[in-house]
Design a protein around this ligand. Structure first.
Ligand SMILES: [Ca+2]
Ligand SMILES: [Ca+2]
Ligand SMILES: [Ca+2]
Length: 326
């Protein structure tokens, strides 16, 4: 018995993708969801399973839908992904994620995989099928169903399958309606899921705790799992700086700033006479990530005083610079 558990303790868990969620161990049920917390009757999430072996990540979702969609949204910590999935070219749904970026979307409609699958999210409006994955659904519309997905690390992270040191994946599962609809149930629970498109609570699982870029062996997945809520923060403009007061053709102006929560931003250059001479629009800035832009005045502009003006959700700040031709 001692030898047996010793062996077990040093074995990755490989899960057969055949629609049977009982292949997952009990400590791989990373979230057991209430069986009646959905806003839409007959549509329910029950639980999410996660595990991995040396070569692949395994996901399992226990759910039930009736003329609705079930999604698993994954942030694989690759420095990619999008905050908002409402304008995707595949399963666009009105969700904005806080504290995670969606880079992989597993989706199916009405418990039927014929219009579902697994896609990588390349941009806010662009997805592409993730090749090399296995996905199976066991169940029918209106009945308890099981979705199982195997994503090789080589597909997620590139050929070597090497993850980022201390790699932490983030996950959310959702029941949602048709295009651009919001949701009815979430794993993990999200406040006001029936009426809010903001997903502020997600699951985080540490794949590589020892930092050697290899997903760790012999772990209790549930002990690696945290439910994290990204708080709603007041939106502020922070660290708004310009590099120099005097600008010319050879010394452009570097404009830096950051925002405290997800926001659009507009940056303008105005002349002293109030004429707009340049502008930048940012659709979605991430919180606490410094943005730097460069303004190089064109030859045709008269020299004089110019204002750099930043507008984030009607919070407006400005700084003054002088354009002096050389
Ligand atoms: Ca539920
Ligand atoms: Ca729930
Ligand atoms: Ca490791």
């Amino acid at each position: 018995m001692i030898i047996f558990s010793f062996l077990l303790a040093f074995t990755f868990h490989t899960v057969e993708i055949d629609g049977d969620l009982s292949h997952f161990d009990t400590d791989e049920l990373v979230y057991k969801d209430a069986s009646s917390d959905s806003y839409w009757q007959g549509n329910e999430l029950y639980g999410l399973f996660v595990t991995w072996d040396a070569g692949a990540l395994y996901l399992g979702l226990s759910y039930r839908v009736q003329n609705n969609a079930a999604l698993i949204v994954l942030d694989a910590d690759r420095g990619r992904g999008v905050n908002d999935i409402n304008n995707l070219d595949w399963y666009p749904r009105n969700f904005q994620f806080y504290g995670m970026n969606a880079d992989v979307l597993c989706a199916l409609w009405n418990a039927d995989l014929s219009t579902g699958g697994v896609r990588e999210i390349l941009a806010k409006d662009r997805t592409q099928p993730l090749r090399g994955v296995e996905i199976i659904n066991n169940g029918v519309s209106g009945d308890s169903s099981a979705l199982m997905v195997k994503i090789p690390f080589s597909v997620l992270y590139g050929n070597s399958g090497i993850v980022k040191p201390y790699d932490t994946i983030k996950l959310v599962a959702l029941i949602t309606g048709s295009d651009h609809a919001m949701g009815a149930d979430a794993i993990p629970d999200n406040e006001n899921i029936g009426s809010s498109s903001a997903i502020r609570t997600h699951i985080e699982i540490v794949l590589d705790k020892d930092g050697d870029s290899i997903p760790d062996d012999s772990v209790s997945v549930i002990n690696r799992t945290k439910v994290v809520t990204y708080p709603e923060k007041p939106l502020y403009l922070e660290n708004f700086e310009i590099s120099n007061k005097i600008v010319n053709e050879n010394t452009p102006l570097s404009i830096r700033f950051s925002v405290t929560d997800y926001s659009f931003a507009k940056v303008y250059i105005y002349s002293e006479q109030g004429k707009k001479v340049y502008e930048w629009h940012f659709e979605s800035l991430e919180p606490d990530v410094e943005k730097t832009i460069l303004w190089r005045p064109s030859e045709s502009l008269p020299q004089g005083i110019y204002y750099v003006l930043i507008d984030i959700n009607d919070i407006i700040r400005s700084k003054k610079a002088f354009f002096i031709k050389r």
